[in-house]
Design a protein around this ligand. Structure first.
Ligand code: 13P
Length: 256
């Protein structure tokens, strides 16, 4: 395994936080702190903050992502946003299949797959989230479950399209709980996802794909997690809302 061939990516997932003035303030605070980052830096923000974020990040190394998109191109889907709408704005990334979408909004592996294909079709770069619930881990089915989520989400996706996909391993029990996976647990599942990619697309694609860990990653534990051979970055919730903490994680990725 050669970590150096992969792009390290630190992405903030702001979730349902920040008004537009607050979003501008946070991005302005983040920008100078990450200006010399040796990894890719992304802020995934609520739909209402996208325009503000795109404006505030102009000319900087901070990229902007959305937190979801719908799978249809247009139509009678009240409250939804299409991939084309995001792409037209200049949004580059989109988080898909986040466990909060799966848990609270009825998203399934099948709809995540449809969203992923719609996003790729619009030229967006998906950050595909997979991860087990606590009960899955206790039942000893983490490996099977995460492999299944990965396979279904990527159904019909070509090896060439994998260049534009980031995968985030987010154990649901570690999200927002302050309970982080150990570095070994995080690495084990990231490696397993990579093995799944190898079975689908071959070693070269598996080796080139960025796989992040997410779940209570913070300024204190980032260095150890990011030093793992199969952990290529982080998808950060709570800590991405504090500029100095987010910048510390970016620094840890630059070093790791
Ligand atoms: P926390 O970092 O707040 O645990 O959230 C992780 C997450 O869900 C990122 O998508």
């Amino acid at each position: 395994m050669n970590k150096a061939v992969r792009k390290a990516v630190i992405a903030g997932n702001w979730k349902m936080n920040k008004t537009r003035p607050e979003a501008k303030e946070l991005i302005e605070a983040i920008k100078p702190l990450v200006a010399d980052a040796g990894c890719e830096v992304i802020c995934c923000v609520p739909f209402t903050n996208l325009e503000t974020a795109l404006e505030a990040t102009k000319g900087s190394n901070v990229k902007v992502g959305a937190e979801n998109c719908h799978f249809e191109k247009s139509g009678a889907f009240t409250g939804e946003i299409s991939a084309d709408m995001l792409a037209e704005m200049g949004v580059e990334y989109v988080v898909l299949g986040h466990s909060e979408r799966r848990q609270y909004f009825g998203e399934t592996d099948e709809t995540v797959n449809k969203r992923l294909k719609a996003a790729l079709g619009a030229g967006l770069k998906p950050i595909l989230c997979v991860g087990e619930m606590l009960a899955d881990r206790e039942n000893g089915i983490t490996a099977e479950l995460v492999a299944m989520q990965t396979k279904i989400a990527l159904k019909g996706v070509s090896a060439d399209e994998m260049k534009n996909i980031i995968i985030a391993y987010e154990p649901v029990w570690a999200i927002g709980t302050g309970k982080t996976a150990t570095a070994e647990q995080a690495n084990e599942v990231c490696a397993l996802i990579r093995a799944t990619l190898a079975s689908l697309y071959g070693e070269a694609v598996a080796e080139a794909t960025t796989i992040q860990y997410g779940g209570s990653m913070n300024a204190k534990n980032a260095e150890e997690l990011l030093a793992q051979p199969d952990v290529d970055g982080g998808l950060i919730g709570g800590a991405s809302l504090k500029a100095p903490d987010f910048a510390t994680i970016v620094k840890a990725a630059t070093n790791g």
